[in-house]
Design a protein around this ligand. Structure first.
Ligand code: PDD
Length: 282
């Protein structure tokens, strides 16, 4: 309740039904999105999310919904001022626009830009120490995973599979390699250094991933950006996932097998603390 919704230049709440049925986001998944966190009404890593939104839009040749980062920040400021709660997430979606249904899109469509605030139960200290169970599953996604598009069917199916197995995240495997989580990036820790998938079409360039790599390097922790082989998964000292909503979250079990010594590892703990401090200071 008392959320706020922005759509194409005006403000309302999510009680209002604002989208047309021929919006291409609805009919073709022809849209991109972002999710950022706010704490005490402060947006976290807003510029980084805007930058990624711009790249997603440019890649798919969807018109820009905000002239620049300042215009975007102004919309977000007003959205949060209209929101009744202090902490939560903002979901932003920009679709190519609304047009009579056809695979061919008309040139010069006006994009549909929405942003709305939501409460969110971020993990508490106990959860952050305990970590999560994950499963592995086949990566059924397309070769454009670096674009944050709303085509999340394969991700949703993978997440449901995880939930049915008593886990909360699914690691996507393809061609014998670990790509990323269905809604997060994946980091392995072996012999004190990190291994995470390089930035390419197989993974989303996570905002938290980027920050964590910087923090690791600053703490003299080696980072190998290379695809982890599936077989390496069960010989790790530690593992964690990163995302906007989960921050740095330890992985306690993969497919029912305990990782490391079953407690949050040292490297994971260090990076979790560094990241939480960075988030609190930003
Ligand atoms: N998901 N990989 C995938 C497939 C994701 O969906 C996400 C984030 C990430 C992590 O990105 P970031 O660190 O920028 O949040 C990686 C968001 C939170 C979501 O879909 O809700």
């Amino acid at each position: 309740m008392a959320d706020a919704l922005y759509i194409n230049g005006r403000f309302t709440t999510t009680d209002e039904r604002v989208l047309g049925v021929e919006d291409r986001g609805f009919q073709f998944g022809d849209a991109v999105y972002e999710v950022f966190k706010f704490l005490g009404k402060r947006p976290i890593f807003l510029r980084e999310h805007f930058r990624r939104l711009e790249i997603s839009l440019r890649t798919l040749e969807i018109a820009a919904a905000w002239a620049d980062a300042d215009a975007f920040a102004a919309t977000i400021r007003e959205l949060l001022a209209r929101t009744a709660f202090d902490d939560g997430i903002v979901y932003i979606q920009v679709s190519r626009g609304e047009a009579e249904r056809s695979h061919f899109w008309p040139d010069a469509l006006t994009p549909t830009a929405v942003a709305y605030s939501r409460r969110f139960a971020f993990p508490d200290a106990a959860k952050k120490e305990l970590g999560i169970r994950v499963i592995t599953t086949r990566d059924l996604r397309w070769h454009g995973c670096h674009v944050k598009s709303v085509n999340l069917l394969a991700n949703a199916i993978a997440k449901k599979e995880a939930q049915r197995a008593g886990a909360t995240e699914a690691l996507m495997l393809a061609d014998g390699f670990v790509r990323e989580g269905a809604g997060s990036n994946f980091f392995a820790v072996k012999n004190g250094h990190l291994v995470t998938h390089p930035l390419d079409e197989h993974i989303l360039p996570g905002v938290v991933r980027d920050r964590v790599i910087d923090l690791a390097l600053g703490a003299k922790i080696r980072v190998d950006e290379r695809p982890l082989r599936e077989a390496e998964l069960f010989d790790l000292d530690e593992a964690f996932i990163t995302s906007t909503t989960q921050g740095v979250m330890p992985v306690a079990e993969i497919d029912g097998r305990v990782i490391g010594n079953s407690r949050r590892g040292e490297v994971t703990t260090t990076l979790q603390q560094l990241f939480d401090a960075l988030e609190a200071a930003s």
